[in-house]
Design a protein around this ligand. Structure first.
Ligand code: UFG
Length: 337
């Protein structure tokens, strides 16, 4: 009998690669499936089996299940940029909904037992009440948020009839990096606030754009709840262990229960890096809610999870990674000359 494995889709991406590293620390040997469209194979160590494939190609998924006996999946592979989803909705529904259905179809045929789904705070849209609880009204304001919510409903229907447990973890703003600085947030086309601020601090960007200063917040800029990527990984692990012991799973917020404005993040980054970070006020970005802050009481009560990293730790670890990546890029450029 082949030993049962855990499959990490999107394991070469930002959150997925941290999850792989976290599971390795726990003595597990995950298998990664990734099309490397936004992921990087160098975020994985050499001992990790990477199967390059696309969720929209059923044969690629079949190959995984033929080669390995998989009984649990953490599904990170998805498109996740709110503004991009507004511009290209079909790409988002194809990748996030159709791709996930293809995966589930094969998973069910292979008697999958547990499925953890990367959901998002974007399922709430503009919230009525802060902090946001899981039973708040679900009114996503972007195709991205809608694609994730659709999958939550689909998972609920499928798990009931096909006898597997699932959890949908609604991440607020994933940020930070592994404290050793080896892996971190890396995107070919960066759109996220903290990495862009740090690229400005290091001099790769001239200034950071602040998208709107006329929101109904104390300084007019948007407020977000930043949650460290390693805290996100820990939550996945705890939920998985609970489901393996018979817990039915469910839907849970992953946030810090603390909100920071764009200006506050820039100020904190200036203090931590010791660098001046020039900024300019720009137009609002489409689809941005004014304020998102999580209530994480449900996952705390269910599994004892609470975040260990605060904003300072988030910026420090992200800065550490930015410095190391910068050094690597400078060396590579020298070698090319
Ligand atoms: N922002 C700027 N300037 C920038 C980039 C961002 O002012 O150059 C602002 C945004 O307007 C927003 C905040 O910083 O108010 C955070 O923006 P990010 O792009 O870093 O993150 P988002 O809040 O748009 O989205 C992220 C993930 C989504 C997830 C969401 C959950 O990308 O997948 O968090 O809250 F759904």
């Amino acid at each position: 009998m082949k030993k049962k494995k855990i499959l990490i889709t999107g394991g070469a991406g930002y959150i997925g690669s941290h999850m792989v590293s976290y599971l390795k620390e726990k003595g597990m040997q995950p298998v990664v499936f990734d099309n490397l469209s936004t992921g990087f194979s160098d975020l994985l160590t050499d001992d990790i089996e990477l199967i390059e494939g696309d969720l929209q190609n059923i044969n690629d998924i079949k190959r995984v299940f033929e080669k390995y006996s998989i009984d649990k999946i953490m599904h990170f592979a998805a498109s996740s940029i709110v503004s991009e989803s507004v511009a290209n909705p079909l790409d988002y529904y194809r990748n996030n909904v159709l791709g996930c259905i293809n995966l589930l179809n094969e998973a069910i045929k292979n008697s999958i037992k547990h499925f953890i789904f990367s959901s998002t705070a974007a399922v709430y849209g503009e919230p009525e009440k802060i902090p946001i609880k899981e039973d708040s009204h679900l009114m996503p304001s972007s195709p991205y948020g809608r694609s994730k919510l659709m999958m939550e409903y689909i998972l609920s229907d499928l798990s009931r009839i096909h006898g597997f447990s699932y959890a949908a973890l609604r991440y607020f703003n994933a940020s930070g990096a592994e404290p050793n600085g080896i892996i971190g947030e890396k995107h070919a086309k960066e759109t996220h606030l903290i990495p862009l601020i740090l690229k400005t601090a290091i001099g790769d960007l001239e200034k950071i754009s602040i998208y709107g200063n006329d929101y109904p917040t104390m300084d007019g800029t948007c407020i977000r709840d930043y949650i460290h990527v390693v805290d996100i990984c820990e939550a996945h692990y705890l939920v998985l262990k609970a489901m393996e012991s018979g817990d039915p799973g469910g839907v849970f917020n992953l946030g810090n229960n603390k909100g920071y404005s764009v200006k506050e993040i820039i100020d904190a980054a200036q203090k931590i890096t010791g660098k001046e970070i020039p900024s300019e006020i720009c137009e609002r970005r489409l689809g941005d809610p004014a304020k998102l802050i999580a209530d994480y009481e449900k996952i705390n009560r269910s599994f004892g999870w609470k975040p260990k990293y605060n904003l300072e730790n988030i910026i420090e670890t992200a800065w550490n990674f930015t410095l190391k990546e910068h050094e690597k890029n400078v060396l590579n450029r020298k070698k090319e000359k």
